[in-house]
Design a protein around this ligand. Structure first.
Ligand code: UD1
Ligand code: MG
Length: 456
């Protein structure tokens, strides 16, 4: 079997410069969700039809083992399939056609359709579904139980609009048998497009075997045509995922106020508090407490038994038994070991922090390597950026050292083991092992000439 993914449409109802299929749900383009659902379907080849901003879609597709076909003018879904005639010229098997704008469809559902098609030796099979609110979808028109046609909403009579069985936009076609039908499509309809769905009426007229396979879970059909649809897809995908997480032993305190990508992996007995947003490629261990108010952008990892409160973590790894936040920002490839504390108003960027080290309050740590058991005093700032050259420099702090409150470490600089920096110091030179560095004006106490007059 070969697959054709229809992804050429502009998605004019989204009113966007970005092609519809590249709009994202949980940081993953709609088209990726569709392609991922095909990953577990046995296919010889996947052909993706690109059209509107084909350059953008093609460059995104570089990461996928697919062939692309261009539909210069987007004249409808039937026309999009016509564009594949050359790519499928010598092909005689089954073609699975799938809309590129339905990110909720599951592999199992596609496989159900394929099995139904094969088991019943059909020429054309489509995935159908009964929807309480079928508005916007093509309706399945039946005569004596057989599918006679699919009618697009805009071409439906009032009576036809009442039909609740809809076309989900996934089809199995016996290519040799159905291919001639493409020549018969016309654009004589409300949208002046060549509808792929008109193949159903053609198949009926030719007495081909055409049938519908009923989808079990209606939420999977959802095609994205508007921004409202996009929001609904986020919501549905999220709800389904949170439900699965809870079944698997994760506490989600307030599912209506939590968003977690299905591509995130969360360990048992972890508790997710409200206001938490977790993107894809995030791995969280067991028994963690995440939230309230935590955002995590992947790739990121949080080890078991760690707590993160009111913080943003992006592209970083945090070990086990750590304590992050409130109001911490850990970003840009940080590697934080176990038992580390990153406290309130601390930003850490591209740094390694060793076991049992702590930066508890008001600090910036950038491009630093901090070994174990180091205490970063309140208000310590690593000055990693040289404004004259635009370069970033490294700072190293060896084990068992500490920096006093409000100290500045001007990179590149190294503090040795067991070193101490006195509060308020500006450190520009390396500090040897075991030394105390004091780099601040000495305090002078002078008798005051003024007499202090108390306010009346
Ligand atoms: C389509 C079906 C409708 C079905 C619904 C399910 C047709 C005519 N209608 O309607 O019966 O209920 O999907 O979601 O097929 N595309 C192209 N080239 C084009 C036009 C569209 O590649 O010239 C692609 C789009 O990028 C999209 C897919 O085909 O991924 C479906 O097109 P869309 O315009 O969204 O069709 P619907 O109106 O949703
Ligand atoms: Mg659509």
């Amino acid at each position: 079997m070969k697959a054709v993914v229809l992804a050429a449409g502009r998605g004019s109802r989204l009113k966007s410069k970005t092609p519809k299929v590249l709009h994202r749900v949980f940081d993953k383009p709609i088209l990726s969700w569709v392609l991922d659902s095909l990953a577990e379907v046995e296919l010889e080849e996947i052909i993706v039809v690109c059209g509107y901003r084909a350059d953008m879609v093609q460059s995104f597709l570089h990461a996928y083992p697919v062939t692309t076909v261009i539909q210069e003018e987007q004249l409808g879904t039937g026309h999009a399939l016509m564009m594949c005639r050359e790519a499928l010229a010598d092909y005689e098997g089954t073609v699975l056609v799938i809309n590129g704008d339905s990110p909720l469809i599951k592999s199992e559902t596609i496989n159900d359709l394929v099995n139904f098609h094969n088991d019943n030796i059909l020429d054309m099979t489509m995935l159908t579904c009964d929807l309480e609110r079928p508005e916007g979808y093509g309706r399945i028109i039946r005569k004596d139980g057989s599918i006679m046609a699919i009618k697009e909403e805009k071409d439906c009579s009032e009576a036809e609009k009442k039909i609740i069985e809809i076309n989900a936009g996934v089809y199995c076609l016996e290519w040799n048998t159905v291919k001639p039908g493409l020549e018969k499509l016309s654009s004589n309809n409300a949208q002046e497009e060549y509808y792929l769905t008109d193949l159903a009426a053609w198949a009926y007229s030719q007495a081909l075997s055409c049938s519908g396979c009923q989808l079990r879970n209606p939420y999977e059909v959802m095609g994205v045509n508007t921004r409202e649809d996009l929001a609904l897809v986020w919501k549905l995908m999220n709800e389904a995922n949170l439900q699965e997480l809870m079944i698997n032993g994760i506490t989600v305190v307030d599912p209506s106020n939590t968003m977690i990508s299905p591509d995130a992996d969360i360990g048992k007995d972890t508790v997710i508090y409200p206001g938490t947003y977790i993107q894809r490629r995030v791995v969280i261990g067991e028994n963690c407490q995440i939230g309230p108010g935590v955002t995590i952008f992947g790739p990121a990892e949080i080890g078991a038994n760690s707590t993160v409160i009111q913080s943003l973590i992006s592209r970083s790894s945090i070990g086990t038994d750590c304590n992050i936040g409130p109001f911490a920002h850990v970003r840009g490839g940080c590697d934080i070991s176990t038992n580390v504390k990153i406290g309130s108003f601390v930003e850490v960027k591209n740094s390694f922090i060793g076991e049992k080290s702590a930066a508890s309050h008001l600090s910036y740590i950038g491009d630093a390597k901090i070994k174990s058991n180091v205490n970063i005093g309140a208000g310590t700032v690593v000055a990693n950026y040289d404004h004259r050259t635009g370069e970033k420099h490294q700072t190293t702090i060896k084990s068992n050292s500490s920096t006093g409150a409000n100290s500045v470490l001007v990179a590149p600089v190294t503090l040795g083991e067991n070193a101490t920096v006195a509060a308020g110091s500006v450190i520009t030179d390396d500090v040897p092992d075991g030394n105390v560095a004091i780099a601040r004006p000495k305090q002078e106490n002078k008798p005051s000439k003024k007499t202090f007059v108390q306010n009346q």
